[in-house]
Design a protein around this ligand. Structure first.
Ligand SMILES: Nc1ncnc2c1ncn2[C@@H]1O[C@H](COP(=O)(O)OP(=O)(O)OP(=O)(O)O)[C@@H](O)[C@H]1O
Length: 391
């Protein structure tokens, strides 16, 4: 275990009782404004002390109220880019980085100074004083300084948002490389699920100073009533399909997915035998207890209900039909049908509700994650309930 934290803190009216662990992988600390994300990062970095509990990193105790241990901030093997770190300074960038470089013992150094200057594109601002830098430039300098400490974990507080869209696309692969090549995981605090999921699908979800859920998005999303808090407002199923033949007269392409026949919109440009993916919105699938004769809907896929997940004003029905389909219906429909786990249902999908994945980008949605098992979670930009900022 890399980071283990179980602390209590009362600050004014805010009560934080937080327990979570981080293993050797990057984690997103998600929560709405005021949930306590910056406070948690400050507790790990040592800028704030809890009233009780313990925090350990890589087996080293950073804080333990019972043993009376408080490791000073400068000694913690933590690289942190906190909002308070980007304060004014009359030092030049060069002096600021040089002092951080020389403070780290030679044998512990992970990065050469020139390497980080190149990596974070700081060459042109080396002689500028920090107080004259833009907010994004300050964040990059703070990141370089954090990395020069040769940390065991990197704490970032909404850094993508502060650093600007242009540099963000460059920063992401850098953070992934730090994790892969140097084994340096990131604890990334943000109010934007989309921003976190660019980096990792491991989440700690905070609400009012408490850990609401933790685990992979998949595990977190299995539980009730979390979608709206996460800002997920649409779920798409992504199905792998093998094209079997094109029927120009019927106006459709025939395919199979998970061994089941599927009727798709006609796309003769896909070669027979080729593979592609199609997307179907969870809320565009209807359920029936039996196969329906005399209906225009071409796809009636038989499956077994493996979970019924209440989610705000919807119920997500997880149906195992070879692969898994997520179907979103109203609680009323669920009640009227008397659906129960383990029962057989038919998933009804209109041909034209299936969208080829290469045509999906034309839709006005923001894709937030490849779910691994073939689901993409999409947030509609601009939705009132969605807190997913546009890329
Ligand atoms: N110095 C302080 N004294 C008292 N209360 C504080 C102090 N700093 C923060 N708080 C309170 O602690 C709570 C959590 O703040 P925190 O900054 O950790 O939230 P956050 O999740 O990072 O929010 P945001 O996303 O807006 O930055 C808030 O209610 C805030 O008012």
């Amino acid at each position: 275990m890399l980071l283990d934290m179980n602390v209590k803190l009362r600050r004014g009216h805010f009560d934080l009782t937080t327990q979570f662990s981080v293993h050797d992988t990057s984690v997103g600390l998600f929560g709405k404004s005021g949930a306590g994300k910056s406070t948690v990062l400050g507790l790990i970095a040592g800028t704030i002390q809890p009233q009780s509990g313990h925090i350990s990193l890589n087996g080293k105790i950073l804080f333990d109220s019972r043993k009376g241990i408080i490791m000073p901030r400068e000694q913690r093997p933590v690289g942190a880019v906190l909002q308070i770190d980007c304060a004014d300074s009359s030092e030049t960038v060069r002096d600021n980085l040089n002092s951080a470089y020389h403070r780290t013992l030679k044998q512990r150094r992970l990065f050469k100074l020139d390497y980080l200057i190149g990596l974070l594109e700081l060459g042109t601002i080396l002689d500028d004083t920090i107080q004259l830098l833009s907010a994004g430039e300050r964040q990059r300098v703070a990141l370089a300084r954090a990395l020069l400490k040769a940390p065991k974990i990197l704490l970032l507080d909404e850094t993508f948002a502060a650093i600007g869209n242009g540099f963000r696309a460059q920063l992401l692969p850098i953070l992934k490389r730090l994790q892969d090549e140097f084994g340096l995981p990131v604890l990334y605090a943000s109010q934007s699920l989309g921003e976190i999921l660019d980096l990792t699908d491991q989440l700690v979800v905070l609400e009012q100073g408490k850990v609401l859920r933790s685990g992979s998005l998949r595990e977190v999303a299995k539980q009730q009533d979390i979608f709206s808090y996460l800002g997920i407002c649409q779920i798409d199923n992504i199905l792998p399909v093998n094209i079997r033949h094109h029927d120009r007269i019927a106006g459709c392409s025939m395919a199979d997915s998970f061994g089941l026949p599927l009727t798709l919109p006609l796309r003769p440009q896909f070669k027979v035998g080729s593979q592609t993916q199609v997307s179907i919105r969870a809320r565009d699938i209807a359920l029936s207890r039996s196969y329906i004769e005399g209906i225009s809907i071409q796809n009636q896929i038989k499956g077994r209900i493996c979970a019924l997940i209440p989610s705000g004003e919807s119920v997500i029905v997880q149906v195992d039909c070879g692969g898994t389909l997520l179907v979103e219906i109203t609680p009323g429909a669920c009640r009227n049908m008397g659906l129960q786990e383990g029962e057989i249902v038919y998933c009804l999908i209109k041909t034209h509700a299936l969208v080829y994945i290469n045509e999906l980008d034309a839709l006005p949605y923001q894709r937030v994650v490849n779910h691994g098992d073939g689901y993409y979670y999409l947030g509609a930009t601009g939705s009132a309930s969605a807190d997913i900022s546009a890329h």
